[in-house]
Design a protein around this ligand. Structure first.
Ligand SMILES: Nc1ncnc2c1ncn2[C@@H]1O[C@H](COP(=O)(O)OP(=O)(O)OP(=O)(O)O)[C@@H](O)[C@H]1O
Ligand SMILES: *[C@@H]1O[C@H](CO)[C@@H](O)[C@H](O)[C@H]1NC(C)=O
Ligand SMILES: *[C@@H]1O[C@H](CO)[C@@H](O)[C@H](O)[C@H]1NC(C)=O
Ligand SMILES: *[C@@H]1O[C@H](CO)[C@@H](O)[C@H](O)[C@H]1NC(C)=O
Ligand SMILES: *[C@@H]1O[C@H](CO)[C@@H](O)[C@H](O)[C@H]1NC(C)=O
Ligand SMILES: [Mg+2]
Length: 586
């Protein structure tokens, strides 16, 4: 259909710098023409080349009168340049960060605090219909609340977007909305307690990355529970795959989990004196990024927030024990393992950091020293003890630290859930899903692979709801409708998770006695290269692979995948910890 591309038709041209730029057709297109004559806004004339038989006419611009609409579905043309332009006009001209796309709310991160979240705004949205008000996260929250209350149906809000897009901030505003509109009577503080779980989870599960100072390194699905009168009575959360590797390694400019820096910044406090901590700069697990400060964040102050949140949550008598374990991990990171020979290592007998580690955890220095430098190997007939190389012993130390932190994290989640458990029967719930966003860095590893895979699955849910199901309904009801050719990411998901997909090959390689990252890479090349359009081998590497994700193409380095997938820890070290003499309080 070429009729629209007549003289005066307004189009969008792809542009390297501006992504899309506006142009106007200056001469009627007639079938067979190899070019389209266009004029840019600055007056430049140009001949836009058309591929033979291709349907790649520049997309048409919407009439000016429609631009700035608060619902993208009211645009005549709904394609990438139309969406981007509409969002841009709203944001640049009027600082409007929210726009609807049907039942979906699109949010732009303003990177500054806007006066649109106060209590009077919450009140303004309360009880209103979604379509009657300006698009807002509160409108979405209100819609969920109303449908839960009126239709007696449980609801969930899914927040998605790349890392740094503003998911966690949005999720928190949604939660604050529920806490505000559903507060029962003055005395109950259950709403406050539900909200108090946020700073705790962020302190232990968020960290500075090069993309986001407050990046969630775990996924979270929280269900807020309501009673028959639609008042909040409690909450329960599930978390997904914490990025453990960050505990022992941080890339340039990145940080470990916030809580470590909060603790170091508070190390002078009398209650923390016997932790023998100092600056975050002094510990291997907190100084590898070489930039431990976040602009505008005072870690000592944040520590007060974290502690206050624990108190508010109520009855967490374990706070000091938690900090004690964190301090022990920091000392463990400074335990230097020395090379004795190519396959032997030692720790100097009175290593001061190991001493503090053992004191804080109540374990035997001698035993832990031994099992840091040795491991037990079992064959079918015998068990023997083998000494470890410096590298293997150091990796073992780090595996122990990761194991302890992950255990602590899930213990905290359980504890918070216990604190938020409702005493009366839950009638309904509203769930909020906030995971780690799609991300790509200079070097991408197993962690990015898992995170991006999770986002690929979430995108699929989105496609399913917004396109597939919607279109099926239109077709069932025989409403005239041209099928939208949406990008179905099932093939990319198959590449990762189907039988003999990437994960299968990885698991298989982990079971091979001689399996390595390199042999795994080779098997992937043999299986997918030139056969799967979502997979590519980089030209200059035999140790990396590229996946074409829905959001971007990402190159992953194979190095470390097998180790991270196996995720093993020296059992003997765990046995030493189990003998800890630190008194267990309840
Ligand atoms: N609505 C908003 N108003 C003001 N600032 C915002 C808003 N949304 C996000 N920001 C800013 O952007 C930063 C990043 O947002 P957020 O941490 O929510 O991203 P995210 O999508 O959760 O990323 P990740 O996937 O890395 O966890 C926030 O710390 C805040 O500074
Ligand atoms: C990150 O989140 C915490 C907890 O909500 C907050 O106190 C802190 O100010 C945030 N940091 C940044 C850099 O936005
Ligand atoms: C280190 O561990 C790897 C894998 O566990 C093993 O193959 C290797 O032989 C070990 N090296 C030494 C020197 O112990
Ligand atoms: C550590 O032990 C060595 C000998 O085992 C001893 O020479 C040294 O003085 C000790 N150092 C400290 C700080 O106790
Ligand atoms: C909503 O969830 C609750 C549990 O919180 C359950 O008991 C109830 O049956 C659910 N309601 C519906 C309509 O599915
Ligand atoms: Mg987040």
């Amino acid at each position: 259909c070429s009729r629209p591309h007549t003289k005066f038709a307004r189009v969008w041209l792809p542009d390297a710098a501006e992504v899309w730029k506006p142009a106007e057709v200056v001469k009627d297109y007639t079938p067979g023409d190899q070019t389209l004559s266009l004029q840019l806004e600055d007056g430049t004339l140009l001949e836009h080349k058309l591929e033979p038989q291709a349907k790649d006419f520049p997309p048409l611009r919407n009439p000016d009168i429609l631009v700035g609409e608060n619902d993208l579905t009211s645009l005549s043309y709904l394609h990438e340049p139309a969406v981007l332009h509409n969002l841009k006009v709203r944001f640049i001209d009027s600082k409007l960060i929210y726009t609807y796309c049907g039942i979906v709310l699109v949010a732009i991160n303003p990177y500054e605090s806007l006066p649109i979240y106060e209590r009077d705004i919450i009140n303004a949205y309360s009880g209103q219909n979604m379509g009657d008000m300006d698009p807002h996260i509160f409108a979405v929250a209100e819609e969920a609340y109303k449908q839960m209350a009126r239709d007696e149906r449980n609801q969930s809000i899914i927040v998605s977007g790349e890392s740094g897009a503003g998911k966690t901030v949005s999720a928190k505003y949604a939660m604050r909305y529920f806490a505000t509109v559903s507060s029962s009577s003055g005395e109950a503080t259950v709403e406050e307690r539900v909200l108090a779980s946020n700073p705790i989870m962020e302190a232990f599960g968020n960290a500075k990355t090069t993309r986001n100072d407050n990046s969630s390194r775990f996924g979270k699905y929280i269900q807020i529970g309501f009673d028959k009168k639609h008042c909040i009575i409690g909450a329960n959360m599930r978390t997904y795959l914490l990025e453990k590797s960050r505990v022992v390694f941080q890339a340039q400019e990145e940080r470990n989990y916030h809580i470590f820096y909060q603790l170091c910044a508070s190390s002078h406090l009398p209650e923390f004196k016997n932790f023998k901590l100092g600056d975050a700069d002094d510990f291997h697990y907190t100084n590898q990024g070489q930039n431990p400060v976040i602009q505008g964040v005072d870690d000592a102050k944040e520590m007060l927030n974290t502690r206050k949140a624990f108190l508010l949550l109520g009855g967490c008598s374990h706070q000091m024990a938690i900090y004690q374990i964190l301090a022990a991990l920091l000392h463990l990171s400074n335990v230097e393992i020395k090379e004795e020979s190519s396959d032997r290592s030692t720790i100097v007998p009175n290593n001061s950091h190991l001493k503090v580690f053992c004191e804080l955890l109540g374990v035997s220095c001698e035993e832990i020293t031994h099992w840091l430098c040795h491991r037990k190997l079992k064959t079918t007939t015998e068990t023997y003890v083998k000494s470890l190389s410096k590298i293997n012993a150091t990796n073992g130390r780090d595996a122990l630290a990761k194991h302890i932190y992950a255990g602590l994290f899930s213990w905290i989640v359980d504890n918070v859930n216990n604190m938020l458990k409702s005493t009366v029967k839950q009638h309904s719930f509203i769930g909020v899903l906030d995971i780690y966003g799609f991300e790509t860095f200079d070097i991408n590893s197993f962690e990015q692979f898992c995170i991006n895979y999770a986002n690929e699955k979430l995108q699929q849910q989105f496609n399913l709801h917004v396109f597939k199901l919607e279109q099926e309904e239109y077709m069932r009801e025989e409403i005239p409708w041209t099928l939208i050719d949406f990008y179905d990411n099932q093939p990319c998901i198959n590449l990762i998770e189907a039988k003999l997909g990437i994960l299968d090959l990885l698991d298989e390689e982990c079971r091979m006695p001689k399996g390595s990252d390199d042999t795994w890479a080779q098997k992937m090349y043999n299986t997918f290269q030139k056969q799967n359009p979502h997979f590519e081998k980089p030209r200059l590497s035999n140790r990396a692979f590229i996946i074409y994700h829905f959001a971007d193409k990402v190159e992953y380095q194979c190095c470390g995948f097998l180790e991270k997938n196996k995720d093993t820890v020296n059992e003997e070290q765990i046995n030493v910890l189990k003998k800890s003499l630190v008194k267990k309080k309840t």
